[in-house]
Ligand binder design. Structure first.
Ligand code: ATP
Length: 238
């Protein structure tokens, strides 16, 4: 596997409060990785640390051969990492304005090309291009969030709980779309989730528990791991 992102020995937190202990996470080129963890496990904190939205206390983050630790968030975006937070979309801006923000660092021509590509992939968004982001349904808003994050033509899309606030039907729609977009390009995914439905698309899984990575492996290995099953899924091992 060719490594795209390698975050090692990540320690960070808020003020005096340490939230992450020695986290290590690797995402390969074209790989789909799910970071599974319950509420408060530290998933958002780890993603924010990778994006430079909170400072690292210690550790290293290498992306596509470059060290990111000292780079600003906008520089990390320009290196090819895109981020979709739980919010994802700016409600007061139109669909098109949201998309253009996603493509902020592209030149005008590339921006226009990407916009057309997104409208091709998401005909619903094209139809609603002049509507406010906040007027869309939950599923469409999530699609807009994904499309906005893809506008910058990232190599890696980092997503924080894409299932949040979505009905199971929309969750399936988002999953199907993510499978399609990763198969069509060399896009890698790092998805923080507590919804086990996302394991469907995972090449590899990390489990984060109380700020520590307690498991890393394939979905099959996860399912075979009794300790993880008991701790995370509340199931008894066989
Ligand atoms: P969720 O699914 O609820 O978003 P999570 O796994 O993403 O959970 P985090 O949001 O990373 O977890 O939170 C991890 C811990 O850090 C929690 O104990 C939380 O209370 C704490 N925390 C998060 N943000 C802050 C903050 N801005 N200041 C202080 N503590 C915080």
């Amino acid at each position: 596997m060719d490594t795209l992102l390698e975050a090692t020995a990540i320690n960070t937190g808020y003020g005096q409060l340490q939230v992450l202990w020695d986290n290590e996470i690797i995402v390969g080129k074209s790989e789909r990785v799910v970071l599974l963890g319950a509420n408060g496990a530290g998933k958002t904190t780890l993603l924010k640390a990778i994006m430079g939205l909170i400072p690292l206390w210690s550790g290293s983050i290498v992306f596509d051969g470059d060290h990111l630790e000292k780079k600003r968030t906008d520089e990390r975006f320009q290196s090819g990492v895109s981020y979709m937070s739980e919010m994802g979309v700016i409600a007061g801006l139109t669909v098109e304005e949201n998309l253009l923000i996603g493509g902020y660092y592209l030149n005008k021509q590339a921006q226009k090309q990407q916009l057309e590509k997104m409208y091709e992939q998401f005909p619903d968004l094209k139809q609603k291009r002049k509507n406010a982001g906040g007027s869309l349904s939950g599923g469409q808003r999530k699609m807009l969030g994904v499309a906005k994050a893809l506008m910058s033509q990232p190599k890696l899309l980092v997503m924080d709980e894409p299932s949040a606030g979505l009905s199971p039907l929309f969750v399936k729609e988002v999953i199907d779309f993510l499978i399609k977009s990763t198969e069509e390009s060399n896009l890698s995914l790092l998805i923080a989730e507590q919804n086990v439905k996302f394991l469907e698309i995972a090449d590899r899984v990390y489990v984060l528990d109380g700020g520590r990575i307690t498991f890393s492996g394939t979905v099959l290995e996860l399912v075979a791991n009794d300790a993880v099953k008991r701790a995370y899924f509340g199931l008894e091992g066989s």
